[in-house]
Design a protein around this ligand. Structure first.
Ligand SMILES: [Zn+2]
Length: 173
């Protein structure tokens, strides 16, 4: 089990968390006591971070299975209290899932770029596929400029490299 500080010290994990919960969220993790569960109000008081921000961070972490809560009902008032714990050790799975999602998107884009020829307006830069260019007789529908063949090799290569890098990270072959 890695400590919260160890997880935050990992560059990839930090970047992932920062994207999810921002500066205040990261501060909440740093100041989150690990001895027991705490309610959101207690956490706001301990960490001096505003309650709404604490709640947003906790819900976001919860959605990504990086925090969990236990609900307790006050028998007199009937009010519910949520007691929170961080589960940052799930971050490996969370990051992997995120990367799988990005990978899927990149693969679709790669396939699309690879399987189509593109035409580009000399005038306004509008880019469309060959069949769309054919339909409009190689005249731009935006500005009536001339459509010329657009070489997307650079983009295809860049996509290929990004896909390979993510596959490597995920341990695919
Ligand atoms: Zn145009």
């Amino acid at each position: 089990m890695a400590s919260h500080e160890e997880i935050l010290a990992d560059k990839a994990f930090f970047a992932y968390l920062h994207r999810l919960i921002g500066d205040e969220g990261i501060e909440l993790i740093r100041r989150f006591p690990t001895d027991k569960e705490y309610s959101d109000e207690e956490l706001a008081e301990i960490t001096k971070i505003n309650l709404n921000s604490v709640r947003n961070t906790l819900y976001t972490l919860y959605e990504h299975r990086l925090a969990r809560y236990r609900r307790i009902k006050n028998t007199e008032t009937g009010w519910l209290t949520y007691l929170w714990l961080l589960e940052l050790n799930n971050i490996h799975d969370s990051v992997s899932k995120d990367l799988e999602f990005v990978l899927e998107k990149l693969r679709r884009r790669y396939k699309y770029e690879n399987e189509n020829a593109f035409y580009n307006c000399e005038n306004c830069g509008n880019t469309i596929t060959f069949s769309e260019a054919m339909d409009s007789e190689f005249i731009c529908q935006n500005c009536e400029g001339k459509l010329v063949h657009f070489d997307n090799d650079l983009l295809v290569n860049a996509l290929q490299r990004r896909i390979a890098r993510i596959e490597e990270n995920l341990g695919h072959e």
